[in-house]
Structures are given as C-alpha cells and as structure tokens.
Design a protein around this ligand. Structure first.
Ligand SMILES: [Zn+2]
Length: 392
C-alpha cells in the first residue's frame, strides 16, 4: 500500500521517475508513483535539501498522458536531476537542406521545424546559421545541440569516406575540409552548449527504436530505400556504430564489381544500383524523360504493374545483399523509411521475397519488416533520445 512506504522508498521512487521521464511536477510524480501527495511533497523536500533533485520554474511535461495538477505554487514547478540537460536543439542536415527544431528529452517538439537550403558553410558559419535558425523558432534556452549529418560519421574523427571525394550525383565536388575532423568542439565553443554530430540515418534509426515502429524491440535494422540506400542498426536502444562509424551502411555492399564508382572509393556498391537515379533510368524509356520519383510513386499506387515490378526488384536486390547481415544480427525487425510513401509496399514485398529465399525458414518467418515514420520525424526523435541519454 502506498501509505505504508518508508520515506526512503518514496524518495528512491521519485528519483527513478524523474530519471525515466525527465522533469516532473509534484502532481505528476503523485500520479505516476501512486504515492500520496503529502508523502511526495515530503520526499521531494528532502531530496531538494540533499541536492539529489533540483527545481526550477519550468513545468514538467511527461509524455503520453495529459498534464495533471493545477498551477498553484510549487506544485507547478518541475523537479529534475541536478545537472540534467533540459531541451536540445536538433539540427538535421541533408544534401538539400538544413532543418532545425527545439525538442525536449521527452521527444516533444518545443518549436516548429524551421529549414532552409543547405550550403557548404565553414564550420563557424554553420554555428552562426544554427544560432540564427534557433533564435527564429524558439526563445527558450537549449542545453545541447545534436547535429545529424548525411554520411557515415565517426565521433572524434569526422566523415569516414571524406578522403574518397563525393559522387557527382550529390551535386557537389567535395565535402568541406572541416569535416575531416569532428566539428563538435568548434560548434560547442561557438554555441556555448555541448554539441555532438551523428550520422543522420543513425538518428532516424534511434528514433524508430525509442519511439517508433521498433519501440521496445531488442534490435532493429533501419533502412532507407528508394531515393538512396542507407542503413543503421540499433541494439538495446543504442546505435551500433562500429569501429569506423559505418556499421549498417548497407549502401556500400559491393554487388557489381564492374559497376559505377562510389563515394566509398569502391565500384558497384548497392547504393549505386538501387537508388532513384537507377529507378528512373529503368523506367524513363517507357514513361518518358520527364518521369520523376513522385510520378513513380503515383504510378505504383495506380497499380501500374511495370512500375510495381521494378520497385519489387529494388526490394529484392537489397534483400539479397543484406541477407547475410540479417543472419549475423538476427534483428527483431527491419524498419523501412517510407520515403516512397504508399509505393513502399512493393519494395517490402521484394525484400521479404529475398529474405525468404536466402534465410532459414523459421528465421525469415520471425522477421518483421514494417514501414516507419518520415525520416525527419524519426531523426528528431532520435536526436531527443540521444540528448536524453547524455544525462546519465
Ligand atoms: Zn560504396
């Protein structure tokens, strides 16, 4: 019974709840713990006195349930772990744009997402741009900055394949030299809060694992298929980066020894044959030179069999390439970024067909392959999860 809890047990419970949920008001702690409000107040007072919790004027905001309690006096003030980071600025860089959002460690967005075309600034200019965008969307302070970058990235070292140059289909000649090191230190110094850089696909995978289709699963392989091919692995809630930051980067599995040059320095990588450019090259002779990816999705939705077959082939090609990796990892699920929208279904069909053809029957049957959420949404949640983890 809650009323029989010893004071020490109630204090321990409050610490557990604040650790799990982030900042919480006394009313929220009362609701979550089932401990009487008076006992919660007493335990909170003792924890504040001993410096095990701290308090400020910001309301707590626990996820997945309505706010409780009124705004009377100290009841509306949030209790948090001392030194715990509060909110984060998550910056998502693609080859097209830079998007920024102020998020809580509970995954909630505290601001609209703002974006603009990405240019290859210097690192200092990037910091200035982050400050400008952040100021344009929120007035609340953030305690850290998480930057998602669209390439394999090794903390403390920079872009893994930088020395190989960049394929021309990205429309740039080379990554800027400041990416040959980890810009986190410069960004931290310029922004005045801790900054860290992570592979964008890893952030998206982490988002799916923490709050998306792979929530509560032991392990997941996350794939982006359609426009590009990329992947990431999350095991027990943690990104598997590997020794060089390329774990899960299935786009660099060699499938055609005589194929095109790739950013990794190799030839005929999966990413060079299973991408949007390749899809359009195959389909344009039949559907016209103006065909774009949007048209491909529309034709697939309309039931155009040729288009659906080509998308199924794409899934099958990827499935064949990653089957060995799937057996090694034995993930509970494969989550596929639905960049192709409703046309993701034939891609999943092809992927599953390859899996069932190449893997032991019971392993293939146990594997769940599902579409996830939009990559940007997943990556924002992943940034939030990464920020939340920094507190422990
Ligand atoms: Zn490659």
């Amino acid at each position: 019974m809650p009323t029989s809890r010893a004071p020490r047990a109630s204090e321990r419970r409050l610490i557990e709840l604040v650790t799990a949920h982030g900042p919480l008001t006394r009313a929220e702690l009362t609701e979550l713990s089932g401990i009487p409000r008076r006992t919660v107040s007493g335990a909170a007072a003792r924890l504040l006195t001993r410096g095990l919790l701290t308090e400020d004027g910001t309301s707590g905001h626990a996820p997945d349930r309505p706010r409780t309690g009124g705004g009377r006096g100290p009841a509306a003030r949030a209790l948090r772990l001392p030194g715990a980071p509060r909110d984060a600025c998550v910056v998502l860089i693609t080859h097209e744009d830079i998007a920024l959002c102020h998020v809580g460690v509970d995954g909630d967005r505290r601001s609209p997402v703002v974006r603009e075309p990405f240019r290859w600034w210097t690192c200092a200019d990037l910091a200035t741009e982050i400050e400008r965008l952040l100021a344009s969307t929120t007035r609340s302070p953030v305690s850290q900055v998480i930057v998602g970058f669209p390439q394999p990235y090794r903390q403390g070292h920079g872009v893994t394949f930088l020395e190989q140059g960049v394929p021309r289909y990205y429309g740039i000649d080379a990554y800027p030299s400041w990416l040959s090191g980890d810009p986190a230190a410069v960004l931290t110094s310029r922004l005045g809060v801790p900054a860290r850089v992570e592979n964008l696909i890893n952030l998206a995978a982490l988002g799916e694992a923490s709050a998306g289709a792979a929530r509560d699963l032991h392990s997941v392989l996350y794939l982006r298929l359609g426009d590009i091919v990329a992947g990431a692995v999350v095991v027990q809630g943690r990104v598997l980066r590997g020794s060089l930051g390329v774990a899960g980067e299935i786009g660099h599995i060699r499938v055609d020894p005589n194929g095109m040059l790739c950013a990794c320095g190799g030839r005929g990588c999966l990413g060079t044959v299973a991408n949007a450019r390749h899809l359009l090259e195959v389909l344009r002779p039949r559907y016209g030179e103006d065909l774009d990816l949007f048209d491909v999705v529309a034709l697939a939705v309309q039931g155009e069999q040729t288009v659906r077959h080509v998308l199924t082939d794409l899934g099958r090609t990827v499935g064949m390439a990653v089957a060995g990796g799937l057996l090694m990892l034995n993930p509970e699920a494969v989550v596929i970024d639905p960049v192709l929208g409703p046309a993701t279904a034939p891609v999943i069909d092809g992927f599953l067909a390859a899996v069932h053809r190449t893997m032991p029957a019971n392993v293939a049957r146990a594997l769940t392959v599902v579409p996830g959420m939009r990559q940007e949404d997943a990556a924002l949640l992943g940034g939030s999860a990464l920020a939340g983890r920094a507190r422990r």
